[in-house]
Design a protein around this ligand. Structure first.
Ligand code: HEC
Length: 137
C-alpha cells in the first residue's frame, strides 16, 4: 500500500515533470540548458527548441539566409506576432507548417508573447489565415 502510493506519487512527478527541480531557479540570464524562466519560454523550448535553439536546423538555416545576428529567434527584436503566426501555420521553406493539433492558438499566442513581448490577436490570426483549421494544403 505504502509502496504503491509512493510509486504513484513518483509516476505523477515524472508525468508532470515539475516536481523537485526546475521552475523556481532565479537566474534570469541563465545558460541555454538551465530551467526555463517562464512558462512561455518552456513552451517555446518544447515546441520550437529542437530547431530554434543553438545548433538547430532553424537556427542554421536562418543564419545562412539572414546572418548570425538574426539566427536565434529568442534574440530577435524584429519579429511580430502576425509574422510568427503566418510562418508557424503555413511553414517557410524547410520549416514545416505546425497545426493547431500540435500547437493551439493559445499556445501560439504564448510563444509569440515570449518572442515578441506581445500576444497574438486571434482576429489577426484569422485575417492572415493563420487560424484556419483543416483546410491547409
Ligand atoms: C522541424 C524544425 C522546426 C521547428 C520545429 C520549428 N521551426 Fe521555425 N524554422 C525552421 C527552419 C528550417 C526555418 C528557416 C526557414 C528558412 O528561412 O529557410 C524556420 C524559420 C522560422 C521563422 C522565420 C524567421 C524569419 O526571420 O524569417 C519563424 C518566425 C519561425 N521559424 C518560428 C517558429 C516557431 C514559433 C516554432 C515553434 C512553434 C518553430 N518555428 C518551429 C524550422 C523549424
Amino acid at each position: 500500500m505504502t509502496r504503491l502510493a509512493t510509486a504513484r506519487a513518483l509516476a505523477g512527478c515524472l508525468f508532470l515533470s515539475s516536481c523537485g527541480t526546475g521552475a523556481d531557479q532565479p537566474e534570469a540570464a541563465a545558460p541555454a540548458d538551465a530551467a526555463p524562466a517562464s512558462p512561455e519560454q518552456a513552451l517555446f523550448l518544447q515546441k520550437c527548441g529542437i530547431c530554434h535553439s543553438q545548433g538547430g536546423t532553424g537556427t542554421m538555416m536562418l543564419a545562412r539566409r539572414l546572418g548570425d545576428e538574426k539566427s536565434l529567434l529568442a534574440e530577435r527584436e524584429d519579429l511580430t506576432p502576425e509574422y510568427i503566426a503566418a510562418v508557424v501555420r503555413h511553414g517557410l521553406n524547410s520549416m514545416p507548417p505546425i497545426t493547431r493539433v500540435e500547437l493551439t492558438d493559445a499556445q501560439l499566442s504564448d510563444v509569440s508573447l515570449y518572442l515578441t513581448g506581445k500576444p497574438l490577436m486571434l482576429d489577426a490570426a484569422a485575417q492572415t489565415g493563420a487560424g484556419a483549421e483543416g483546410e491547409e494544403p
